[in-house]
Write a protein of this length. Structure first.
Length: 438
């Protein structure tokens, strides 16, 4: 199939990041035999960000040839719904232009993004320096065969450095959760961010929030495209009656979704939206925590510095001005994540069914139970606490088997995973690609 991209080359140059168009630290060159990062040419980037969604959409035998001067990309692949790329990819890019227009307004004098396109003091903590903000669309994700859409805040800098929207701390952890029930998890992890801005993964939330009004039209247009792939009407479960389900995850996306649906939204809420996203069709939605919240938490009784969410005095943790003290919510956060993921997966398989139909399926002990919570939770245990954190699934399974499949065997002290790490993954840290390269 030959896809007419629908945009002139000068616009494509602004929609697709290239090695020469981004500032440090995003400009990681591809090493011989190493990972593929940003490419130096526009055609190279179009080919990369067309191949990766085809792979995610489960196509095989893929060849892609871009002719950006002509505004086309030619695709050969084996799989279902390849012809849908001819309409879905240009619709995606058209939504991207709406985002680009928002970015231009945001970076203009007086805009919320002004001064942020270079290294700058972090908006949450001006004593630290944050990386430049870069306009970045959700490129490289499945376009036609995915099963749901996540609504998130903004892509972390790692996603752009790695030229892979899914390869970052947040999404690697979330796909681990999804993988307990679905395969391949990437089809349930498609993202639309309410801010198409690559930025530091922390310390920038207040500044990013201020940019929100510039991108409202963008994320709603992009969500309509991504939640309504061309083949949806022919999928037996949908029959043209519903869009893919939407999962707003984390406070900023809850707020954006709340304004859109005109009702309060918080973690654990769910509902059906009739016709507002796409005319005449229902959209099921499930609100969850941000996908990496659990991985900043510990078990009760762990009084190490890594588990302090308040003010660390050097020996203990004191409540901060907001009243936060210990991050001891690992178990309830895991339960919340698995419950939300279960509803999300079931609404994808049964989009027109009442949400109450899934209550029994998603109850603890039916689809998942304490053994699952233990194995996943020990891998999530705050990555800053090396003693309690299990570095790999094998170590977590051994830990759980030795502790009655209890995520938190003690509520008065730290229970280490050191012996299991030493046996199964002594050099692994459960880390992710970063802007420092590999």
């Amino acid at each position: 199939v030959t896809v007419q991209l629908g945009q002139p080359v000068d616009v494509l140059q602004q929609l697709y990041p290239t090695l020469g168009s981004v500032p440090p630290p995003y400009d990681l060159p591809t090493q011989p035999g190493g990972k593929v990062y940003l490419q130096p040419t526009l055609d190279g980037m179009i080919e990369l960000f067309t191949t990766s969604p085809l792979v995610a959409d489960q196509f095989t035998g893929i060849t892609v040839a871009s002719n950006s001067a002509a505004g086309t990309v030619s695709i050969t692949a084996t799989g279902c719904n390849l012809a849908d790329y001819a309409t879905q990819l240009p619709a995606f890019l058209a939504a991207g232009v709406t985002g680009l227009n928002g970015w231009k307004a945001c970076t203009a004098d007086g805009g919320a993004c002004a001064g942020k396109t270079v290294a700058h003091p972090c908006t949450n903590d001006p004593s630290q320096t944050c990386v430049p903000w870069v306009f970045f669309l959700p490129l490289g994700q499945p376009l036609v065969n995915h099963e749901g859409v996540m609504l998130l805040n903004y892509p972390p800098d790692d996603a752009l450095c790695a030229a892979d929207y899914q390869n970052n701390f947040t999404m690697n952890r979330w796909r681990q959760v999804l993988a307990w029930a679905v395969d391949p998890p990437v089809l349930w992890a498609n993202i639309v961010d309410i801010h198409p801005i690559a930025a530091s993964g922390s310390n920038e939330s207040s500044g990013i929030d201020a940019a929100g009004p510039y991108f409202t039209d963008y994320w709603q247009q992009m969500l309509r495209v991504v939640a309504d792939p061309p083949n949806l009407a022919t999928r037996s479960a949908y029959k043209g009656l519903a869009t893919l389900p939407v999962m707003p995850s984390g406070g900023p996306s809850h707020q954006a979704w709340s304004v859109f649906i005109e009702q309060p939204v918080s973690t654990g809420d769910m509902g059906k939206l009739d016709g507002k996203l796409t005319g005449g069709r229902t959209t099921a939605w499930v609100a969850t925590n941000h996908p990496d919240v659990a991985s900043y938490n510990c078990c009760p009784g762990d009084t190490s510095e890594a588990c302090c969410d308040g003010t660390w005095t050097g020996t203990t943790c004191e409540p901060n001005s907001s009243g936060y003290q210990w991050s001891w919510d690992l178990h309830p956060d895991e339960v919340s994540d698995f419950t939300g993921a279960c509803y999300f997966e079931n609404t994808s398989a049964n989009p027109t069914a009442p949400l109450g139909d899934f209550a029994l399926t998603c109850a603890r002990g039916i689809l998942w139970g304490e053994a699952t919570i233990c194995v996943q939770g020990r891998q999530d245990y705050t990555f800053q606490e090396a003693t309690a954190h299990c570095n790999c699934k094998e170590a977590a399974e051994a830990f759980c088997a030795s502790n009655g499949f209890s995520l938190c065997p003690s509520e008065t002290s730290l229970t280490p995973c050191s012996a299991e790490n030493a046996q199964f993954c002594p050099t692994q840290t459960n880390s992710w690609v970063t802007c420092a390269g590999d």
